[in-house]
Design a protein around this ligand. Sequence first.
Ligand code: PBG
Length: 330
Amino acid sequence: MITGKYPSLRLRRTRKYDWSRRLIQENNLSSSDLIYPIFLIEGKNKKQPIKSMPGVYRYSIDKLGKVISNVIKHEIPMVALFPSTPNNKKDNYGSEAFNEDNLVCKALRYIKKRFKNNIGVMSDIALDPYTTHGHDGLLKNNFVVNDETVDVLIKQSILQAQMGCDVIAPSDMMDGRIGKIRKSLDKNKFYDVQILSYAVKYASNFYGPFRDAVGSKKSLKGDKKNYQMDFSNSNESLREVALDIKEGADMVMVKPGLPYLDIIQKVKEHFKIPVLAYQVSGEYSLIKNGIKNKLIEEDSIIESLLCFKRAGASAIVSYFALDIAKKIKI
Ligand code: PBG
């Protein structure tokens, strides 16, 4: 494989000038690789800072016009919606998820009416923003029950598709939900609504700021280890992805991001399908605070995002998406 040797071979030769480094660059990052997550709150004219995520805000629906225009201007192809549901609308069953006037439904209608297909919109399928116990599914005897949960996730998916969602993103990790959701979408003639499966989602300690942002942190009872994956495991990710592809997933997600580049690479090597990465809230806040405290350079953001591309990711969900899209050339 290696031809030639020092002193005739000098790898530093091609690194000497910027033009030369650019010529031999193996991977790059463009706005088209990014997905921008947006947190929603009720009310009017609200842009509310999130303490645990400096620089990230919750927006009321009437503020979305400006945000989305900016996202489109900087050529980001898709946004992901996450609701911060008021506590008085949460219950044991996550009923608010099926209210066609909930935050996500209203935002979907607003964005699709105003911006048509100039932007893709994805929304999470899971109950955690709506349940008093903070779990992604229905609890029975303190256990998240699988099949009953899948039945309600189907309902949530159909509702969001009716509201105009382009990409349904089940993030709940129940077994068998992709196949059942696909079947039901097709039965309701939503043949072109895509499914992005959070196929490989680990029970991670990096989700804290997100749970704070959607208001499920304090309420979460226990942990999510009986449905999200054990972070010791690697091969299991291939079984998860194989099943979801068979069931009809168009794309799969690996989550969290940076500590899981090995998984992204492995999944991409085995299955030649679009693999997306999620640079989660804890990763965001670590990097953001590191820069704020002058411990690391600002370009660590671009570096972190480019590493996902190098590992084989097709796109990255990142709270840095808009800031970075403003900086990079397409
Ligand atoms: C839950 C969900 C979570 C995230 C996205 N969807 C958190 C969890 O599983 O508890 C985390 C995203 C992040 O940390 O940025 N359905």
